[in-house]
Design a protein around this ligand. Sequence first.
Ligand code: BO1
Ligand code: ZN
Length: 254
Amino acid sequence: IDNWSYAGAGDTDQEFWKDIPGSFCGDSSQSPINIDTKKTSDIGLAPFNLQSYDTTKPVTIENNGHALEVVLSNGAGEGQYDITGGGLNGTFRAVQFHFHFGSNDMKGSEHTVDGKRYPADMHIVHYDTAYGSVNEAIKKKGGIAVLGFFLEISNLLSILSLSDTHQEMENFTLSDLLPSSLDKFWRYDGSLTTPLCNEVVTWTLFEDTIEISNNQVIIGHKFHYERLRTPYKRFSDNENLGRWKNREIRTNLC
Ligand code: BO1
Ligand code: ZN
């Protein structure tokens, strides 16, 4: 069913994503992008409330063939990882998070900051609960909110141990993964970064990074599914990309 790939697979790779039936990959508000920090400015937005991330629950880690993914929702439909604030309208529920690694430390992250590519990034994918399900929300502009974090290599062990096989984790706490400061972030309206590339995503990219160990990044390289063409050049020189700093911020594009 997933007849697309990143690279080296002929007519399924990135240049052809736009030709997939129902695809939005050739549209004009695609992600990822480069954050040009000189073009950002501050507006006042509320801080995020990510309290629900403090809960400890079982999760499943899997290689979905496109990324290393951790499934959060167990299908019970209960409000689990619900977030508010951060300038989002309403309540957004996390369903999964995943990582984008490269084949080596010099690449991996999909978004870039002033041209800098991090060894990996992590995307927590939420849908607007007003739409009832992720399948409905994915059809609506702003129906999806992704919180993106850049990963940097440090000697610290993070809480998540990765495996190259499907793995259950009994006691997992999402907030343990996050950087200590969530105050500074960039905001723009974009898309899913893979087919069908729906332009329904309110993107939040946090300036503070997550530190992972060298061993973990080596494991991550085994799961590299990297983009050929990234980021998209979307913004002309006089367009502003929003940035939130110290819980104020701003934005505006598109
Ligand atoms: S990303 O965060 O922009 N890299 C991204 C890319 C693709 C998806 C999600 C996030 N895909 C969608 C699937 C849906 C699924 C949803 C949540 O992820 O198209 O079928 O329900 O897992
Ligand atoms: Zn992603």
